[in-house]
Write a protein that binds this ligand. Structure first.
Ligand code: FES
Length: 87
């Protein structure tokens, strides 16, 4: 598991193992648009302000994944204990 912090509200949410970030956001009433939910379309992209994403998508280019400035909330996880998202 890891935590996400929503930069605009300061809210911190726990993302349990096996639960997608998008599901945690929906549960918390934070709307993010989605489409494929398989990491392929890029619709659910959210910018990352701090932390290191574990991408797992097939949308971003390798360089973009390495930069780590955004992630797909439907499939991506975190390599750091906390991710700060631009939400
Ligand atoms: Fe398509 Fe997340 S909904 S990449």
């Amino acid at each position: 598991s890891f935590r996400i912090r929503l930069a605009r509200s300061g809210r911190e949410l726990l993302v349990p193992a096996g639960v997608p970030i998008i599901a945690v956001l929906e549960e918390a009433g934070v709307p993010v648009e989605t489409s494929c939910r398989q990491g392929a379309c890029g619709t659910c992209l959210v910018n990352v302000l701090e932390g290191t994403p574990d991408h797992r998508d097939s949308f971003l280019l390798p360089d973009e994944q390495k930069e780590g400035h955004c992630l797909m909330t439907c499939v991506s996880r975190s390599l750091s204990p906390t991710l700060v998202l631009d939400l």
